[in-house]
Design a binder for this molecule. Structure first.
Ligand SMILES: [Zn+2]
Length: 241
């Protein structure tokens, strides 16, 4: 069937397309032995705890301003063949928050999804499911950050009933449950509490909303972790769910 004929069919959702692509890739044309060897040699064929340790060690180097030296051209040919990310990261779009730098990792190491407020929605789940199911990333990490403008906006909407323009209300609505939960604890710093709650909320929600992620988590093939990046110090502080 040509593309013109396909265009008359009902449009597939992005998630169903991703699932189809995943099924295609998992049943890839590679001989089974070659796939197994490739996977065994993959840098991400490591336990989730080791992946988290690798991130935190990288963050310590970043915070101390002693990042690893990198030759970006050295492994370009290998990267053109495949990717084996050690973690899938959900991060805010804030220009001061750059996961690859924050965790001092190289191209091919992190599969990063960025949306203002590090929210998790259907398209984010689809990306994470691809990272977990197809790329075998052993860790999903949600990273909030201090001074998050998206969480600040959600606080203004919840507390002051501020009306936001354009498409912002839809995005900010995803953060409002975290603001309400944080406010109920009467914290001394509502913004800091809501930023943490927003990360924890995302970690909890993805196990409810994504069957693929929940099954991988229950089978201990992946871990779901989260933390808050402190823009002032450069450190990521892990949160306990
Ligand atoms: Zn932010």
């Amino acid at each position: 069937m040509c593309k013109l004929c396909e265009s008359s069919l009902p449009i597939l959702s992005r998630r169903s397309m991703m699932a189809g692509a995943a099924a295609l890739l998992t049943a890839s044309a590679l001989p089974h032995s070659t796939r197994a060897e490739e996977k065994a040699a993959a840098q991400n064929a490591i336990p989730p705890a080791e992946a988290l340790e690798r991130l935190m060690q990288g963050n310590a180097r970043y915070a101390a301003n002693t990042p690893n030296e990198r030759d970006f051209s050295a492994e370009r040919a290998a990267r053109a063949q495949a990717q084996f990310p050690v973690a899938a990261i959900v991060s805010c779009s804030d220009s001061r928050v750059v996961p690859d730098l924050v965790f001092d990792q190289s191209p091919g190491d992190l599969f990063v999804v960025r949306l203002a407020g590090n929210i998790v929605d259907d398209d984010v789940y689809a990306s994470l499911e691809y990272a977990v199911m197809v790329l075998n990333a052993p860790l999903v990490f949600i990273m909030g950050h201090t001074s998050c403008g998206a969480v600040e906006a959600a606080i203004k909407v919840v507390k002051d009933r501020v009306e936001l323009p354009g498409h912002l209300p839809g995005l900010i609505a995803a953060i409002e449950p975290a603001v309400i939960a944080a406010h109920a604890r009467h914290p001394s710093d509502l913004l800091a509490a809501a930023i943490e709650e927003n990360v924890l909320h995302g970690m909890k929600e993805m196990r409810k909303d994504s069957k693929i992620i929940a099954e991988a988590f229950d089978a201990k093939r992946i871990d779901i972790a989260g933390g808050v990046y402190d823009i002032a110090t450069g450190k990521v502080n892990l949160l306990q769910s």
